[in-house]
Design a protein around this ligand. Structure first.
Ligand code: ZN
Length: 497
């Protein structure tokens, strides 16, 4: 057998296993009967074992390494290198330590929940210390340059470094922290909060209809997608013809579902636009968490919270919920969806304060993995940073250091990509404005040109370009956070000033 044919066969097996595993997980999140879980768990365990075996035990690395660049096409070579990169991350960890870590994460999740409920960090601290200790070992296994935290960042945003993030967050700190206090004092901001726009009862059935309307309006293809319900909104893609989204319906708040649908649509459209020759291969997905998040936040915030976007369709919201929105003007609706609050919870944060929440986590993770602070210090330092950046101090751990699931899952280095995504999206937007008459298109209810630009410059490439190449080739410059900080300040000044 020709070497590429052999490699491709192995890639197809891995992809099929991934596909099956992800579909099972999706099913568990979106309606599998509760008593089915233990047996589904058994299937998942077997699949994981088979996957691990395919990756590590059947000579895959040797096969990949035996292939010369001259034997394959450029894109095939990139597929080989991507798979090799993933494989190397796995095989650097001794199998027994990896198994023990997975076991630890199960305990860790339980301890985190317990501590959160009891408002007692000491119930979680010993386990978290073990998780951090494993991560430190993981960093040594992977190797790093300049800063140990770089090894963790690389898992979510290949090539991202502390040096780059320091520049980014310094810009956010210098401009957004003082601007927040200025903005909160604007009379228009105070008035819209007092007006309490959009209160009421929003029956689930009606919300569902509105969400389908909204998804279709932004161009979601229901023949290649699906809108399901889950405890937490997410998106999951299986190929470029199957990228699904979920939402959650809160009957007291329709805005929550509106913006989660727009957000998840951004993730899904990225996956749906990946080129045909890349889908279902090692290159067939979004290139990084940051670039993915730039797409979701682009539709959620930059497009989805703008006047031009809502002008042609706001009547639909009023028609579905006349009691809550019948008397609310478009202008007040727009102000209400852009209200800024000093809040404790990251996932409920508005567009402006969101990066400040991330900065708290970034500072602490960086210090933790540079041995500058200990696990025990986290609650106190958390509160100090919240005070410094947002001007508030959480009263409970559930509103503070224990609010996120990430650390209990061993996910360190993940948080910065959320803020980075918003920053990337502002830079893409800056370039997009030069190519597409965004306002005219939005007012006409037409997102075709906008999405086509993103598909052509970002989506289609999957993982065949690095995040840095995507940014440079799309915008003609390297990542520059000033696009983001300027966008935020200009936007809120114009809207509330
Ligand atoms: Zn997202």
């Amino acid at each position: 057998m020709n070497k590429w044919t052999e490699i491709k066969k192995r890639m197809d097996i891995l992809d099929a296993m991934e596909h099956a595993r992800n579909k099972i997980l999706y099913d568990m999140e979106t309606g599998a009967p509760s008593k089915s879980f233990p047996k589904i768990g058994k299937t998942l365990e077997t699949l994981s074992r088979l996957y691990h075996e395919q990756m590590t035990e059947l000579g895959l690395l040797e096969l990949l390494q035996s292939c010369e660049k001259s034997e394959v096409s450029e894109i095939q070579w990139k597929m080989i290198k991507e798979l090799e990169r993933n494989l190397n991350k796995i095989i650097k960890i001794p199998a027994d330590e990896y198994a023990a870590f997975n076991q630890l994460l199960i305990t860790s999740h339980g301890k985190w929940l317990e501590a959160k409920k009891a408002d007692d960090f000491s119930l979680f601290a010993p386990t978290l210390k073990e998780v951090v200790a494993f991560q430190k070992k993981y960093i040594e296994y992977q190797g790093y340059e300049a800063n140990p935290y770089n090894a963790l960042l690389d898992d979510y945003e290949p090539g991202l470094t502390v040096a780059e993030l320091d520049v980014f967050f310094a810009d956010v700190k210098a401009k957004i922290v003082p601007f927040l206090q200025e903005l909160l004092a604007y009379p228009k901001m105070k008035a819209i909060k007092k007006a309490q726009v959009g209160k009421g009862h929003f029956p689930k059935a009606k919300q569902k209809e509105l969400m389908v309307f909204l998804a279709k309006h932004v161009g979601y293809d229901f023949e290649r997608g699906q809108l399901a319900e889950s405890a937490h909104p997410f998106s999951q893609s299986f190929s470029n013809d199957d990228a699904r989204i979920t939402t959650r319906y809160d009957e007291r708040d329709v805005q929550s579902s509106i913006f989660s649908v727009l957000h998840e649509f951004g993730h899904a459209i990225y996956e749906l636009n990946i080129a045909e020759d890349l889908t279902m291969t090692p290159l067939g997905g979004g290139v990084s968490m940051g670039i993915h998040e730039s797409q979701s936040r682009f539709y959620e915030n930059i497009i989805g919270r703008s006047t031009s976007f809502w002008k042609p369709i706001y009547a639909a919201v009023q028609a579905y919920f006349p009691e809550s929105y019948g008397d609310v003007t478009l202008e007040d609706f727009i102000l209400s969806i852009n209200t800024v609050e000093q809040s404790y919870i990251r996932v409920e944060a508005d567009e402006l304060t969101y990066p400040l929440h991330i900065m708290v986590r970034y500072d602490l993770e960086k210090q933790l993995f540079n041995d500058e602070i200990t696990v025990e210090q986290l609650p106190e330092l958390w509160n100090q940073k919240m005070e410094a950046y947002l001007g508030i101090t959480p009263a409970t751990l559930a509103e503070g250091v224990l609010q996120d699931i990430h650390w209990s899952q061993g996910s360190f280095g993940y948080f910065p990509t959320y803020a980075l995504g918003s920053a990337y999206s502002a830079q893409f937007y800056h370039t997009l404005e030069k190519h597409v008459d965004i306002n005219t298109d939005l007012l006409a209810g037409d997102l075709t040109n906008i999405t086509a630009f993103l598909a052509e410059n970002i989506h289609q490439y999957g993982k065949s370009k690095t995040p840095k190449e995507i940014i440079f080739d799309t915008t003609g410059e390297s990542f520059d956070s000033t696009h983001y900080t300027s966008y935020l300040i200009d936007k809120y000044k114009k809207m509330f000033g």
